[in-house]
Design a protein around this ligand. Structure first.
Ligand SMILES: [Zn+2]
Length: 341
């Protein structure tokens, strides 16, 4: 059976008792092909703790509070929300759960810093930041003008986690495993008393998470390199059952982590070969346009092109960190060139 055949729309998802004091509640992401976020509830004597909360939308709130009620929980009794990363389909509703229940909201300190940054910068700042980033990457002027702003930032967390910290969950052992890559502060959560790993977006059964660099021409970070290390990190935990934030629950997280690593290593090899065939250094935009995406470049919307460029930039940066390509800084644009191996 092909894995893709396991994909089911949100309408076919139901809240589930997964046994061992763990439940899942599908929460829709309106207008997004991913369909839904799987929010998990973990039992504790002081009330359930949620892993992620879902997108901030009235339908999503209805699904979350109604789904918890169907499982016998009152959303007002939630003790805490630990978010795997700051993205809106994970952290979006955390603030509303806190308002209703007085729960604490926890996330990794690196993502907490990003949330603070988002609160400190108005939407207009963000638009000009994006336009400038697109311009330096070599995007067409038309695409630069279409730079869009992001959704409202998530609620500020009350608690910050670091790698190895135990989440405040009396009677159980839920440990934060820092897995940077998809975001700098992404965490997986290891339920050590049950050999289960909440993987957030880090390891999903069929798709792979977006790994990008923003702004595209940063050379002080290496998110793809971090992500590959984080896959190894999760692999070292062994063949735990994976409870991901999207798609479906699956066994043996280590095997899937190895598969995703292989996928990116192949993509890096192909990208280096593409660059080696070009006589001149290429802009990030040119590189993104020649890479393979799930649709032809010409058919990608401005937003998807922007994400593809972020992904191209992350792969270029990883190759640069390995000494396989070099960046050629220009007055206004940065370009990349393969180095002889
Ligand atoms: Zn995400």
């Amino acid at each position: 059976m092909s894995r893709a055949s396991r994909r089911r729309p949100y309408s076919e998802q139901r809240p589930q008792d997964l046994g061992g004091g763990v439940w899942s509640v599908p929460v829709p992401i309106p207008g997004n092909p991913l369909g839904y976020t799987l929010v998990y509830a973990v039992e504790s004597p002081q009330g359930p703790v949620l892993v992620d909360a879902g997108w901030n939308h009235p339908d999503a709130w209805e699904a979350l509070s109604g789904g918890l009620a169907a499982l016998g929980f009152d959303v007002g009794a939630v003790k805490g929300v630990v978010v795997t990363h700051f993205h809106p389909d994970h952290a979006g509703l955390a603030g509303q759960v806190r308002e209703r229940s007085g729960a604490w909201v926890a996330m990794h300190e690196a993502d907490a810093a990003l949330v603070r940054l988002m609160h400190d910068h108005p939407a207009d700042d963000q638009r000009s930041f994006q336009a400038e980033m697109l311009r330096r990457a070599g995007a067409d002027p038309g695409e630069v003008r279409q730079a869009v702003s992001r959704p409202a930032p998530p609620a500020r967390p009350d608690r910050e986690l670091r790698d190895g910290d135990l989440v405040d969950l009396p009677g159980r052992k839920l440990r934060a495993v820092h897995t940077p890559g998809h975001t700098p502060g992404h965490i997986c959560l290891h339920l050590e008393d049950a050999d289960r790993l909440f993987t957030g977006d880090h390891v999903l059964p069929d798709i792979t998470p977006h790994i990008g660099i923003y702004p595209y021409d940063r050379d002080d970070v290496d998110p793809l390199g971090d992500f590959l290390d984080s896959l190894d990190r999760v692999g070292e935990l062994g063949s735990l059952d994976a409870l991901p934030a999207h798609e479906w629950i699956f066994p043996d997280v280590a095997a899937r982590a190895a598969e995703i690593r292989h996928h990116h290593e192949e993509k890096l090899v192909r990208l280096r070969a593409l660059l080696a065939r070009r006589p001149h250094p290429q802009t990030i935009w040119e590189v993104a346009a020649m890479m393979t995406w799930n649709r032809p470049w010409a058919d990608l919307s401005p937003m998807l092109r922007g994400m593809a460029a972020g992904e191209a930039a992350a792969h270029l940066r990883a190759l640069e960190a390995r000494g396989e390509v070099r960046r050629v800084p220009g007055v206004d644009l940065v370009r990349f060139q393969a180095l002889d191996s």
